[in-house]
Design a protein around this ligand. Structure first.
Ligand code: NAG
Length: 157
């Protein structure tokens, strides 16, 4: 009996491991340490930005459209590092920030495992000019996810 309870508990723990969002350990490869591999098919979500050219310090709206998802990790990268800052209110229902690569709030992740659909998040560009690439990891559920996919390029001038 005890063994059954323990097994059920540990299974529940596994499935919910990232229900509160991606931990810092995934800042580098943006790949969840789930017991399953990422999908190899093209990302089935449409990632768009409201501007591809911005001045340093300006905000860009990044949207994730298509089918619903449970988990999300977004970074806007240059030289493999998360840059800029996501702007998320503390009372946001779905998302929160993570500090990656020593930059406060440089990544955005989910807060809970609720289904989310067609969401827009806001990123504030850093002041260093250059080309920045939006990378996303999207989890449709605990077993089906696309990891570290480079998408839109944002030019900061
Ligand atoms: C989400 O966005 C897609 C594509 O942009 C659209 O076809 C769909 O109707 C939207 N769904 C909801 C629930 O807003």
């Amino acid at each position: 009996m005890k063994l059954i309870i323990l097994t059920v508990l540990s299974m529940a723990y596994y499935c919910n491991a990232y229900s509160g969002g991606a931990p810092k350990e995934v800042c580098n490869d943006m790949t969840p340490k789930h017991p399953v591999d990422p999908q190899k098919s093209p990302l089935p979500y449409k990632i768009t930005v409201n501007k591809n050219q911005v001045k340093g310090g300006q905000q860009v709206a990044i949207s994730i459209n298509g089918r619903s998802f449970k988990g999300l990790l977004v970074q806007v990268r240059k030289a493999n590092e998360a840059t800029g800052e996501f702007v998320v209110s503390a009372s946001d229902k779905y998302f929160k920030t993570v500090d990656c690569h020593d930059t406060p709030r440089s990544a955005l992740t989910h807060k809970n495992s609720a289904d989310k659909i067609n969401k827009t998040v806001v990123w504030k560009a850093p002041t260093t000019p250059g080309k920045y690439t939006v990378h996303v990891t999207v989890a449709e559920d605990g077993e089906t996810f696309w990891a570290n996919v480079p998408t839109q390029v944002i030019n900061v001038f």
